[in-house]
Design a binder for this molecule. Structure first.
Ligand code: NCD
Length: 341
């Protein structure tokens, strides 16, 4: 995909998302991303005009989080409300719901289906298969807002959208994924999308050996995937279009009994002002956040820093996705509201 998107009318006829779960990036095609990106552009226009929509009027959407979150939670919450739905925020499920009394995921999903009469359910959960499990107990679409160490499909869409917005293409790119590639879920979902949808991309996985991308995951990438692995960010930084940094995932070190290695591994890969200066003109630094030391504050005002707009794009992408799942043929709202693009 490169250059401008097709017009919204064209895209409206290709809403593959209506009525479906969105729990994995597997099977997503370029035309699906193109559709969501087109709709996200419309959502951007609407929010720039400080408009809200009423397209999900009266529909209840519980946002059920078993793990902490700043960006994903708040952007789903505001996206739901900006579309006129009744957002039902349920954070910290493990402490404030009956999960603390031993309730399992199937019972929570069935119970909340009864009590909130949902039209869709947004779920973040520490188990890799949690979204799949939820689909078996919910009668409405499940949207995966992060499942274990495996998937974060809405993050991958907003990441891909950010790449497309900044670089104008999702093809012929060199992308360095840096940090904790073992436990981080965002890298896995984004690398899959770049492999599935992009042409001729080079995926460079930069990590300490202990935090390398798991072999079983690498095997899910297509047979033509161009993959490199290194422990040295400086050996690739001058040649890449994107540096996608990730946090060393302390909570998974704890669960895996690896805490004695945490401090050492956390300190290994860092990007500061000096490293960013080595990157090519026009190259970008991305990060799903939260950050630790791997992304120094000195990069924040560098034009290469794309992470602030990356998180903002999450709002537009999530608005677009929620509408696509819940409305069969979304209208051209900007035109209807008389907003100039
Ligand atoms: C990420 C996540 O939850 O996987 N955060 C996010 O959604 N933006 C990354 C992380 O926690 O490191």
């Amino acid at each position: 995909m490169s250059g401008p998107l097709k017009d919204a009318d064209h895209a409206n006829r290709n809403n593959q998302f209506y009525g479906k779960d969105f729990i994995t990036v597997k099977g997503l095609e370029k035309k699906d991303a193109e559709y969501i990106f087109t709709r996200a552009e419309a959502m951007r226009t609407i929010r720039d005009a400080k408009e809200i929509l009423d397209v999900l009027h009266g529909l209840a959407v519980p946002i059920i989080f078993y793990q902490p979150s700043t960006r994903t939670f708040s952007s789903f919450l505001s996206a739901t409300r900006f579309l006129g739905a009744i957002a039902l925020p349920m954070q910290d499920m493990e402490n404030f719901s009956s999960v603390s009394k031993g309730e399992n995921l199937p019972d929570s999903i069935r119970s909340l289906s009864q009590t909130t009469d949902p039209s869709a359910i947004i779920l973040r959960h520490p188990d890799n298969n949690s979204s799949e499990v939820a689909t078996q107990y919910a009668k409405v679409p499940i949207i995966n807002a992060g499942s274990g160490t495996a998937e974060h499909p809405t993050q991958a869409l907003l990441d891909l959208y950010t790449i497309w917005k900044r670089l104008g293409t999702i093809d012929n790119l060199k992308i360095a994924f840096v940090g904790d590639l073992k436990f981080g879920r965002t890298v896995k979902s984004l690398a899959s999308l770049l492999d599935q949808m992009g042409t001729n991309n080079e995926l460079i996985f930069v990590s300490a050996k202990e935090l390398a991308l798991p072999e079983e995951y690498k095997q899910t990438l297509g047979p033509d995937a161009r993959i490199h692995e290194t422990e040295d960010i400086l050996s690739v930084i001058e040649n890449v279009d994107v540096v996608y940094l990730t946090r060393t995932q302390k909570e998974w070190f704890e669960k895996s009994g690896m805490m004695e290695q945490y401090e050492e591994l956390k300190a290994k890969l860092k990007i500061g002002r000096e490293e960013a200066a080595l990157m090519r003109e026009g190259a970008i630094v991305m990060h799903p956040l939260p950050r630790q030391d791997e992304l120094r504050y000195g990069v924040d005002n560098d034009p290469k820093a794309a992470y602030w707009e990356q998180m903002r794009n999450g709002l537009y992408i999530r608005m677009a996705l929620l509408e696509a799942i819940l409305v069969k043929e979304p209208a051209d709202h900007a035109e209807r509201l008389g907003i100039k693009r």
